[in-house]
Design a protein around this ligand. Structure first.
Ligand code: S3P
Length: 182
């Protein structure tokens, strides 16, 4: 059960499906707000000394998910971060709790076509190395959309917006959230 009461430190997390632009936008936001940029996937790779693909191939998704929860939990207690997360982070309730403890959460919502277009640019996503990536995206989205919605403070529809527009909108909104808290 997610707590209603929140002590909200000054961090901002981006959640959303693979290819929704979390890392690109988080990095810009960090520059804009003068915060530090962290990416849970990059932290996992640093901890495991392997790429995400290698972790999935050698050790399986279960090990990846444990590392994901661990690196996220290790961030709790820090301030001044913009955190880009992996698309599956919300599938673990403990992670939702950690994200909410960390601060404000924005959901970058994107439709199937924009996701497919973005993820087709490389083969870095082990979960999408399937015969029918569109079908996989539709299935995963149907399992996850409610979780993104449950976890976030604000949903940002991204399909018709540029990276600059999205970053600007979130930065303005985050300033408002932070001013209400202080
Ligand atoms: C995953 C998303 C990936 C990465 C891993 C699993 C997922 O991150 O964490 O491949 O389950 O959706 P991105 O959302 O940054 O692609």
């Amino acid at each position: 059960m997610i707590q209603n009461f929140r002590h909200t430190p000054m961090n901002l997390s981006l959640i959303g499906f693979m290819g929704s632009g979390k890392s690109t936008i988080a990095s810009r936001l960090a520059d804009n707000l003068g915060f530090d940029f962290v990416d849970t996937d990059a932290l996992i790779e640093k901890t495991a000394l392997k790429s995400i693909n290698e972790i999935f191939n050698d050790e399986g998704e279960g090990v990846f998910r444990k590392l994901e929860s661990q690196v996220l939990e290790d961030l709790v207690g820090r301030e001044g971060l913009v955190i880009a997360t992996g698309g599956g982070i919300v599938t673990n309730k403990r992670n939702i709790q950690s994200l909410r403890e960390l601060g404000i959460v924005f959901w970058l919502d994107a439709d199937v076509d924009s996701i497919l277009e973005r993820v087709s640019r490389n083969n870095e996503r082990p979960l999408l190395q399937t015969k029918d990536p569109r079908k996989t995206i539709v299935n995963l989205l149907s399992q996850r959309s409610a979780l993104y919605n449950q976890c976030c403070d604000e949903r940002i529809p991204t399909d018709d917006l540029s990276v600059e527009e999205i970053s600007f909108g979130i930065a303005e909104s985050a300033r408002l959230w932070f001013s209400k808290m202080s």
